[in-house]
Every structure is written in structure tokens, then in C-alpha cells.
Design a protein around this ligand. Sequence first.
Ligand SMILES: Cc1ncc(COP(=O)(O)O)c(C=O)c1O
Length: 373
Amino acid sequence: MQIDPFALERWFAEVEHGADVMLAESGVRPLQASRFDTDPGALGYVIPTAGDPAFRAEVGALHGRSADETVFTCGTQEANLLGFLSLLETHAVVVTPTYGSLTALPQALGVVTEVSLRTPTTETGSPQESTDTPGFADGGWALDPDAVVEAIRPDTDLVVINNPNNPTGRYHDEASMRAIYDACEDRDAYLLVDEVYRLLAEDPRPPVTSYGPYGVSTGGVSKSFGLAGLRFGWLCGSERVVTAAERWKDYTTISSPIVGQHVARQAIDRRETILAENRELVAEHRAVVSAFLDEHGLAWSDPDCGVNALVEVPDAFVDGAALCRRLVDEESVVLAPGEAFDAPGWVRIGFGLHREALDEGLARLGSFLDRHR
Ligand SMILES: Cc1ncc(COP(=O)(O)O)c(C=O)c1O
């Protein structure tokens, strides 16, 4: 089995540590541990290893599922891995651009057809054996349900979507998601949706696993809550899927961290306060970035949920990688090259960081852009 290097993680590993401003983070700024009781008692495994049953019932209920239809994982990353290991034998359809592991892991395990997000004003999407750069207009990067359904083959095991989407920050509408789900159910294929940003939405839409037996939702507390260090996530789906995921989990991490579960439970119990705080920060920062880009005449993917967006690369640079390299060298500010998402004409910005850091990063980016007109 072969796996591509995780381009985004490799870029961050190279530059993040030494840089002054990380302007490409994918989560909301981390919460302080002092806001929580961090003492779970004995530091053993979580027993049962799928997670505390009462807490699983609580997380399951947020997804229209029971405790037995919920398994806790080490972050959303493990939840996705377990989903792929359990459900993918031959072929997957993956909607792109997306978070790297959602294409690389299925590619390592089977054959993938990518379907790109399209704009309402360009030609409708078609399975991306084509090499088109994803389009942009009218706040686009829209999901094209017909293109996704068209890409489903008789041997397709699973369709994979990240909604709300990283890197575009677009929250795909419920009608499109349901149309794709219905097609999956008709064709005996699962629809796995990474919903790690869902609770950041002002009005989160129903999770895909609540649509029916072929819907699988993954998520966790890293992004919406700002608690990535807990390494706490979940997978919710039918009992058959969850049982298969648990079988693999015995070989991956056994249980999620007990400190992670202990603190995540408090965060979920206090979710109204934490999420309101985080949503306010995101709305404020989005407006700041939007005004900055207007001022510099740059288009972006007009995010409607989450803390990420794609920003177009100005003509002065050949591609996103070139811009990111010069920016880090000259201003010690990190953006993420669109190449990491197969979108070389773009860079990903992350605006979930602390406000002072955001202001500093944009000020440096502004002088950089002025110098390279
Ligand atoms: C869409 C998406 N899924 C999963 C992850 C990993 O999340 P976790 O920290 O919960 O493992 C990320 C991290 O950037 C992400 O953007």
C-alpha cells in the first residue's frame, strides 16, 4: 500500500515552527486548559474502549443516533481513517478540493474519482478525470449533486464529502446533500461526511447520519471548539458501520485519550457558551479579512462557515506555492499553498487565530502585496 505525503502537513512542518504569524490555521484559536477540570482521575484506558456510554449517548443524540451507533476516536482524523478502512473495498467518489487525508487515504485503499466543486455560472461539474482548476464566481465553489451522482459506479462503496468544506469555507446546502444521500442509498453506497466544522455554523443543518442507514458522520472538538490538543473525535452511523469501525480501532489506538474524553465532555456540556464565543470570533474575523481582500482587489471563496477560505493568487506570482514561499521568507507569515488542495491558483488563509495575530499577519501580508504588484 502506498500513500502520498500529506502536502499541507509537510509545508507546515517545514515553516510553521520558525514563523512569526500562522495565517493558515484550520481551527479556531485554542481554548486554555484552565477553563476546564483537567483531572480525569486514574490515567488508564477509556473503558469501554469505544468511549463512556453515557457520553456516547449524548454525542450520538446530537446526530440522531444512539450510544451503540457512536464510537469515540483520536480526533476526526482517526474517525475518517476508521470509516475508510471499514467501508472502502474498491471505489470511492471524493468531492474536491478537500482536506488532504480525505483523498489520500481512499487513494491508498482503492480507486478514487474526484468531483470538483463548481460555480453556478460555469459549466456544470463533471467527474474530475479532467484537470480543470476549480472555478470561481458569484461566491461559488458550489457542490454539484448531479456530477457526484454521475460519478457513482456499480462498484462504488462510498462517497466522501467535507461539509462545511475546508479549504473553501463553503457550507453545501441540505437539498444537494440529501440528493446525493438518496442516490447513495439507491446504489448501496455509503455517504461519509466529515462534519468537523458543522457546529461552527450559526444554524447547523442536520448531520448526514440522521438522513438514514447509509449516512456516516465524522467530527470532533478540534475545530469548532478550539480543542485540537485533546485529540478527541467521533464517528456516528448505523450499528453495522460502528461495529466495523470498532474492529479496526482495536488495532489503531484502542481508545481515545482519557484526558481528551474528560475535557471534551465538559466542552460538549457547555457547548452553547463555547460555540457562541467561537462563532462571534469567526464572524468578526471573517469581516476583517473580507475588508482586507476588498482593499487589495483579491477574490476569495467567500466562506459561509468555518475559518478557512481560498484567496486568488495575484498575477505577480506564478502560483500559490511561489507566493507562500516568498511570504514566509520576507515577512515570516504562513499561508497554505493551493497546490496542497490541487488548486494552484489559490492560497488558503485561516482566520480563526487570535485577533492581534490576525491584524499583524494581515498588515505584513498587505505590505508584501503592495511590494509585489
Ligand atoms: C476537514 C478536516 N477533517 C479533519 C481534520 C483533523 O481533525 P482532528 O484534529 O479532529 O483530527 C482537519 C484538520 O485540519 C480537517 O480540516
